[in-house]
Design a protein around this ligand. Structure first.
Ligand code: DX5
Ligand code: ZN
Length: 252
């Protein structure tokens, strides 16, 4: 049986047809389950379960009951996951203020990506540089009501732009539709900049809306309750990949 990917490869050798294919056809989308919705009593097991089910990245929500009205997990839990032999990228989302000390602590604990909200630090440029100095990928997070203007001056210091599609602080909330317009705007900013920057979306993402979010320009999808509240993690991730037009059994 000739696989879809082989067929695609053959098709792609014929130049005119290449232009007919939508941009998203060969795009590599990243699915990042948010462990905020996992069963914390079995966290190591839950993380292995979603990775075995086909997830790419583990999204790690850090809340300090100060920047957001909730309190979650710290660097020692990130370190515990690394000690539990979790090798997948860990995407740390800091909803805290200030951020610099926790950037150092999470880098030491094994974080791969570290993102923070620009209004949570006094010196955004310096804090982004601090993340990269630790050897981690740097990211900025924008709340639904926050302007993205500062991006213009920071594109050379950013590896990930994360758009919140809910107000931060809780899982299980509804996707805010105006995020689609913001995604299109940031997608254009990234493409015009020429920098390799991931465009990530966080909040209310599920099987039903993941396609339109991808069409608006996102390439990394945080999804918590849609996966962890489902009976079959593999079936849910497979359904998401099919919506994205990706083969469920793609190699990582
Ligand atoms: C909310 C967090 C999100 C949240 C997503 O502040 O940053 O990562 O856990 O959960 P769902 O997918 O359930 O909206
Ligand atoms: Zn998050």
């Amino acid at each position: 049986m000739v696989s879809l990917r082989t067929k695609a490869a053959v098709i792609c050798t014929i130049p005119p047809l290449l232009d007919l294919l939508p941009d998203t056809f060969m795009k590599d989308y990243l699915i990042a389950p948010s462990i905020l919705s996992a069963d914390f009593a079995r966290l190591g097991e839950e993380v292995n379960a979603v990775l075995d089910a086909g997830a790419d990245v583990i999204h790690f929500d850090v809340m300090d009951n100060h920047y957001v009205p909730n309190l979650t997990i710290g660097p020692m839990v990130c370190e515990a996951l690394r000690n539990h032999k979790i090798a997948a990228p860990i995407d740390v989302h800091l909803m805290v203020t200030p951020v610099d000390q926790l950037i150092l602590d999470f880098a030491k604990a094994g974080a791969s990506y570290i993102s923070f909200h620009p209004e949570a630090t006094v010196h955004v440029d310096r804090s982004l540089q601090l993340v990269r100095d630790q050897g981690c990928k740097s990211g900025l997070v924008f709340n639904p009501g926050s302007s993205i203007e500062c991006l213009e001056y920071l594109m050379d210091k950013i590896d990930v732009i994360l758009l919140m599609s809910v107000n931060p602080g809780f899982g299980g909330q509804k996707f805010i539709p105006s995020t689609l317009k913001k995604l299109e705007k940031v997608r254009k900013l990234i493409d015009d900049s020429g920098y390799q920057i991931l465009l990530e979306v966080d909040g209310g993402v599920g099987v039903k809306n993941i396609r339109e979010i991808a069409d608006a320009g996102a390439d990394m999808f945080v999804t918590g309750s849609a996966i962890f509240n489902s009976k079959d993690y593999a079936a849910t991730i497979k359904a998401m990949r099919e919506e994205l037009g990706q083969s469920p059994n793609r190699s990582h």
